[in-house]
Design a protein around this ligand. Structure first.
Ligand code: 13P
Length: 252
């Protein structure tokens, strides 16, 4: 059975002390709750990884970086390599977020490198895909999503796919308050699972966790998570307060 996951993506928010406090609150809430039916992960800025790792129980709250470099070491000023992320004790990295693709010109080829280096460092990857509003309106969203998966993930073998979580994040729903309807999300999730089945067979398709992201909050999470191919969420704004994040964690 594939894992259900609710992962927070804090993006570029919180100072280190604020982030440590938020992580402590999430950790305490997860430890206190007896009815959590999913894995919980927090995706924090690079600067926070070590300090946050020190205050969470990593067996209960997973820790993700939000990016890693497409090289392992060397003269790449300002970059943070996958082995560095892994050395903090983090166990996940978010790759391919539309904000990285859009604002920092991350290409499918770069993301393929990042995926390989992350896996080689023992990190699990939360790989994001999703279409723009224009691409949805043109009716080419499945082609766009298909290309993103094919170009950066489908060189992996079936064993490596066990360490990949896919996050479908329609760009038009991110931070806009405009959620994809549960039917729109389910349609894409089923499409992605179908692609996985074609490429890797039914077992890998069944075992791969596919998250929805984009204005997910406690009020809409239950309906989204009730869909057969939606295995949880990647949460931006609502992950910045422990109570709203926990409201989504407990939505299953
Ligand atoms: P919001 O939940 O703020 O829309 O962000 C979603 C997202 O981009 C998570 O990676």
């Amino acid at each position: 059975m594939r894992k259900k996951i609710v992962a927070g993506n804090w993006k570029m928010n919180t100072t280190v002390p604020e982030g440590v406090e938020l992580a402590q609150q999430v950790n305490a809430a997860v430890a206190a709750a007896s009815d959590i039916k999913c894995d919980v992960i927090i995706g924090v800025p690079f600067t926070h990884l070590t300090a946050v790792k020190a205050v969470i129980d990593i067996d209960k709250v997973g820790l993700a970086a939000q990016n890693c470099a497409d090289h392992t070491s060397g003269a790449y000023t300002g970059e943070v390599a996958a082995p560095m992320v892994a050395s903090t004790g983090a166990n996940y990295v978010i790759l391919g977020h539309s904000e990285r693709r859009g604002y920092y010109n991350e290409t499918p080829a770069m993301l393929k490198e990042k995926v390989d280096l992350a896996l080689a460092s023992g990190l699990k990857v939360i790989f994001c895909c999703g279409e723009s509003l224009d691409e949805r309106e043109q009716g080419i969203f499945k082609q766009v999503i298909g290309d993103e998966l094919r170009e950066s993930l489908f060189h992996l073998d079936a064993q490596q796919m066990a360490n990949i979580v896919i996050a479908y994040e329609p760009i038009w729903a991110i931070g806009t308050g405009k959620t994809a309807t549960s039917d729109q999300a389910q349609e894409v999730h089923a499409f992605i699972r179908g692609m996985l089945a074609q490429q890797y067979g039914a077992q890998v398709a069944d075992d791969t966790t596919i998250l929805y992201g984009g204005s997910c909050k406690p009020s809409n999470a239950p309906e989204l998570f009730a869909k057969p191919d939606i295995d949880g969420g990647l949460i931006g704004g609502a992950s910045l307060k422990a109570d709203s994040f926990m409201g989504i964690v407990t939505a299953f």
